[in-house]
Design a protein around this ligand. Structure first.
Ligand SMILES: CC(C)(COP(=O)(O)OP(=O)(O)OC[C@H]1O[C@@H](n2cnc3c(N)ncnc32)[C@H](O)[C@@H]1OP(=O)(O)O)[C@@H](O)C(=O)NCCC(=O)NCCS
Length: 104
């Protein structure tokens, strides 16, 4: 499995306005992309910067040969507007420091 990380950002006079991280993961039979750490500077929100970055990331993932882009978010509405769809999977978590004892 090979993972590659790409940082994509919009800057103005060297000040970072918006950014995200795109990962590609090459599995045995397919190439998966993931988007993480999407953020826009508080003073520059609601001007379309994050939407523009998502579009750039989608095109980059396509150019890199990914089959699909996956992400986890608490704000699915934002990504729905960018063309993402919910896949019906339920995200679950096991906290390794939770102290939970497994009784098999
Ligand atoms: C979410 C975030 C990246 C949006 O950045 P942005 O550059 O303002 O986004 P855009 O201008 O492209 O899009 C703004 C639109 O998204 C909507 N939006 C913004 N934050 C949203 C949220 N948390 N949930 C749903 N919609 C949201 C806005 O209402 C706006 O909609 P409108 O155009 O209909 O008014 C920015 O608010 C941010 O950095 N938040 C803190 C970090 C964060 O929560 N990141 C995780 C993102 S999933």
């Amino acid at each position: 499995m090979k993972t590659t990380k790409y940082s994509i950002s919009i800057k103005n006079d060297d000040i970072q306005i918006a950014s995200l991280v795109l990962y590609t993961v090459t599995l045995r039979s397919r190439k998966l992309a993931c988007i993480e750490e999407v953020k826009t500077h508080e003073d520059h929100r609601n001007k379309g910067h994050a939407t523009r970055l998502i579009k750039i990331a989608i095109e980059q993932a396509r150019t890199l040969g990914a089959d699909v882009i996956e992400l986890c978010t608490r704000y699915p509405e934002f990504y729905t507007r960018c063309g993402f769809t919910e896949d019906g999977n339920v995200r679950m978590r096991f906290g390794l420091n939770s102290g939970h004892v497994i009784k098999w």
